[in-house]
Design a protein around this ligand. Structure first.
Ligand code: FES
Length: 564
């Protein structure tokens, strides 16, 4: 009966508050009947699909097809799908950065998964901040959940070379700034950088978050790497839909499934893929939502013995399609097996050891995945730093840095904000030399944490052929970026961290092998500067004000203090 009032399924969970439960059920089913749903439909397991479809997120432009595939899987397995939008966040179309809205999106996921009736939920994200927001929200919501990402783009082609977003965006722009590429050629390359639907096809933040979500066990094996337009992506969506129905029978929620071992595995995979530095912040935030004491010491310990095994841009040569063809995350985890915690549980009801046992050990010959016996680089592709400039920690992607700059001392050239840097970096009168250290501050979590840390080489030096300089900030950088860039200095300048006290001409010393980033200024002088320092006023209103007042440091995941 369409208008049945007896509670028979999850659809009766969390009733609307009319102070009359019978009426609430009656009314709910009356409205559901307007969608053609009857008692048979509503007696099935209810599976929510939290998607991030938005015209502003071009990386998700074919997500409607993927949601269709997930719905098909749910229906095949006897469930009833209910798709709903959560915040879609597209990095290139948000100011100053999608990171400002990651926690807001996490709130939207948590609240909508909890407030709407569903037995389990499929999280459909892709572009950088959508996946971490969904994981954070799902952990807090406490419902069984499974992740499915949109998948990456295929790479483009330019004059016989494979190119793609956004490592080659940055490389092309750097060559343009150096006066090497102009006009039509620049436009022609621009047209090939994002040639299909999907997320950035290098090991940027989206690809990294897909890989570490699979490593956490919250995605079916093999789900991180199929390309967005591929049949494999749709097939994975359908399989995910079927799996979500199985979860509806009372499977553990992500917060119960995930353990310290799950996160250690994810950080090991992160180091082996030479993944995005952003993933350290995101995984830390997810772990702390799950009540696990993950901090930069935990991260550094997980990274300690992990060599670089995956040859993808920006640290290597290949794209996600090559990683997928070589076996993707399952093959990588098979190779990493001696380092991993096999007892960590996975969403399909088994363990990481079960997954590894199911993979035949035969690395395919594409060259995207190396072996532990012959890695692409030693441990340290990502390195946690500490020192007088970052007492609570900082991070550098050593694998994407210039080897000769990994130990370097230089004179600080300070920019007070990303806007200040944008204004002055191209000034021909800027006093800067190739051996200087570019310092950017007031770009940490309180200020929204834009991806400004890999600020460009000053134009005068770029035109003279300088390709890299040591850059230090409390900002993030895109996972697709490269260079000798020290990020996430904590505490950040906006709360009075040491970065706030640096002045032009101070000596800064970076020693990656020693895990140090230091400001060589006398304590007494720093105390005098601190006495003169005053915080800037917070944002006036709305979400930016709440974020500025309650966000915690990057070292703790940059979540809101009352949500972690
Ligand atoms: Fe969306 Fe790179 S901009 S994944």
């Amino acid at each position: 009966m369409v208008n049945a009032v007896s509670p028979t399924s999850a659809i009766d969970r969390g009733l609307t508050g009319y102070a009359d439960e019978g009426f609430s059920r009656f009314l709910r089913r009356a409205f559901l009947s307007s969608a053609g749903l009857d008692a048979e439909d509503l007696g099935r397991p209810i599976v929510g699909i939290a998607h991030t479809i938005s015209d502003y997120v071009t990386c998700h432009r074919d997500m409607p097809q993927l949601v269709d595939a997930i719905e098909r899987g749910i229906l095949e397995a006897g469930g009833m799908p209910f798709s709903f939008p959560v915040l879609g966040l597209g990095e290139p179309l948000l100011t100053p950065t999608a990171m400002v809205y990651r926690n807001l999106a996490a709130i939207a996921v948590e609240e909508l998964v909890r407030a709407q009736p569903m037995d389990s939920v499929v999280l459909v994200g892709g572009c950088d901040k959508t996946v971490p927001a969904q994981l954070m929200g799902a952990v807090s919501a406490g419902r069984p959940a499974i992740a499915c990402v949109s998948g990456s783009m295929y790479a483009g082609r330019w004059q016989g070379e494979r190119i793609g977003a956004c490592t080659d965006c940055r490389r092309t722009w750097a060559r343009h700034r150096a006066g090497e590429i102009e006009g039509d050629e620049l436009g022609a390359i621009q047209a090939e950088l994002c040639p299909t639907a999907g997320t950035c096809m290098v090991m940027g933040t989206a690809s990294t978050m897909a890989c570490v979500t699979e490593a956490l066990g919250l995605m079916l094996p093999g789900g991180a790497t199929p390309q967005a337009p591929s049949a494999a992506r749709l097939g994975h969506g359908t399989a995910t839909g079927r799996a979500a129905v199985a979860l509806a029978g009372g499977a553990p929620a992500p917060g119960e499934l995930l353990s310290a071992g799950s996160f250690r595995n994810a950080f090991i995979v992160l180091a082996a893929i030479g993944g995005s530095t952003n993933a350290v912040i995101h995984l830390t935030a997810v772990a702390r939502r799950a009540g696990l004491p993950v901090d930069l010491d935990f991260v550094a310990a997980a990274f300690a013995d992990v060599p670089l095994l995956v040859d993808l841009k920006p640290t290597g040569n290949h794209f996600m399609e090559h990683f997928h063809a070589d076996g993707g995350v399952p093959m990588l985890m098979k190779e990493l097996a001696p380092l991993l915690d096999g007892s960590a549980r996975t969403v399909e009801g088994g363990t990481v050891a079960d997954r590894i046992a199911a993979v035949a050990r035969s690395p395919r010959p594409g060259g995207a995945i190396a072996t532990l016996a012959e890695p692409l680089g030693g441990p340290g592709s990502l390195t946690v730093l500490r020192g007088s400039l970052a007492p609570a920690g900082a991070l550098i992607k050593s694998a994407a840095a210039s080897p000769e700059l990994l130990r370097h001392a230089g004179r600080a050239v300070v920019f007070d904000s990303p806007e200040d840097a944008a204004r002055r970096l191209d000034d021909p009168g800027l006093e800067v030399e190739p051996g200087d250290v570019l310092v950017l501050r007031n770009a940490g979590p309180v200020r929204g944490m834009p991806e400004a840390g890999s600020m460009p080489i000053p134009r005068r030096l770029a035109e003279a052929g300088v390709k890299d300089m040591v850059r230090v900030s409390d900002a993030r950088m895109s996972g697709t970026s490269y260079g000798t860039v020290v990020l996430h200095c904590s505490p950040e300048a906006a709360v009075g961290g040491p970065l706030a006290l640096v002045r032009d001409g101070d000596e800064i010393e970076l020693d990656v092998a020693a895990g140090r980033i230091d400001l060589r200024v006398e304590d007494r002088e720093l105390e005098a500067r601190r006495a003169e320092w005053a915080p800037e006023p917070p944002a006036e209103r709305g979400w930016r004000r709440l974020l500025g007042e309650r966000v915690v440091g990057a070292d703790l995941g940059a979540d809101l203090d009352f949500l972690a």
